[in-house]
Design a protein. Structure first.
Lengths: 195, 152
């Protein structure tokens, strides 16, 4: 067999070589890329736990579910504890305040989200009363001032615009409280780990 | 399940979308360049036969194919199937025939749409020709489709 399959220093000839075009169109600019979008349209049904969560969102309540074995609270609720594998039976309301457990500053625009103007902050926000966070936007603060432990509160849509959607929380903004000090990283996700 | 129970189920449209842009390489890029310029190109093999659409490698010898040549803008339907109810994601909104079309000067067929009134107007061996879009960008859809040769 040809050697380049074994030796990465030898380039595949057709990929590195020139292609001869008919003289009539030899001088035009070559096409180098092509759009190949793929889209699949679904009708999504969220199931019992997420339906309860989404109905809670319409009333500006954040619901989670509790692992019957460990007591950990998961938001959003999925109906099954990812830790024990047991079906969850108890839903609990958590706070619409919490802290930033991790974050990322995005500085490049995303074509499909023209509503997001870089630079913006995506953060892993853990609501008080929950043991895990979910991805959220943090605004009302300069990106360079965002930090792990920052205390934040949810900014909800106006009441007359609320629907069964997690998008009811526009973003999270700083509360001005002292940072939550995460002095032992091993408590992340553990019951009672949060003050 | 009662109607009431159905009303309790939340439903929402969900679009899963990957807006890919692929790099083409020189051979496919050359083919698409041809389409943008209003010509159809094939890849010439060592024995002189022409693959259209072109491949980057010879399917028999595995040799790189690097010579693109112009083929005709009319050809022969080698097989076809009727699509009477196009789905939203398919390239044409009106009923059409998917057809394998061997263009004059090419030795292999390409897949594209043929626009006729109904399946009675389709037959294997029929002659069809390219219908170009007015605005072309280097995409297979630069060929709007094929129509019977006598009506072109």
């Amino acid at each position: 067999m040809s050697g380049y399959q074994q030796d990465p220093k030898i380039k595949p000839t057709a990929l590195s070589g020139e292609v001869t075009m008919p003289a009539a169109i030899g001088a035009v600019e070559q096409v180098q890329s092509v759009r190949t979008p793929i889209a699949i349209d679904y009708i999504a049904t969220p199931g019992a736990s997420l339906s309860a969560y989404l109905r809670g969102m319409k009333q500006k309540k954040i619901l989670g579910d509790k692992c019957p074995v460990s007591g950990q609270v998961f938001v959003p609720p999925r109906g099954v504890s990812p830790v024990s594998g047991q079906r969850t039976t108890e839903m609990v309301e958590v706070s619409d305040q919490g802290y930033v457990e991790s974050f990322n500053v995005t500085r490049l625009p995303i074509k499909s989200r023209p509503d997001l103007n870089p630079p913006y902050v995506s953060a892993w926000v853990v609501p008080d009363g929950a043991n895990v966070g979910s991805i959220s936007l943090v605004a009302g603060i300069a990106p360079e001032d965002v930090r792990i432990g920052l205390r934040v509160r949810a900014v909800w849509k106006p009441d007359d615009e609320l629907e069964e959607s997690a998008a009811n929380i526009l973003h999270w903004e700083p509360t001005g409280e002292p940072d939550f000090v995460l002095d032992d990283l091993r408590i992340i996700g553990k019951p009672g780990g949060q003050q | 399940m009662s109607d009431t129970a159905n009303d309790d189920v939340l439903r929402a449209p969900l679009r899963l979308e990957y807006p890919f842009i692929r790099t083409t390489g020189a051979v496919v890029g050359g083919f698409l360049t041809g389409l943008r310029e209003g010509v159809v190109l094939g890849a010439k093999r060592a024995d002189g036969t022409v693959l259209c659409p072109p491949l980057e490698y010879d399917p028999i010898t595995s040799d790189p194919l690097t010579e693109l040549v112009e083929v005709g803008q009319a050809g022969t339907v080698t097989t076809w199937t009727w699509n009477g109810e196009p789905r939203p994601q398919q390239p044409f909104a009106q009923p059409f025939a998917w057809a394998m079309i061997t263009l004059d000067g090419a030795d292999t067929p390409m897949l594209h749409g043929v626009f006729v009134d109904g399946p009675d107007a389709m037959s294997t061996g029929m002659r069809v020709s390219v219908q170009w879009r007015d605005e072309r960008e280097g995409h297979i859809a630069d060929i709007a489709g094929f129509v019977p040769e006598e009506s072109a």
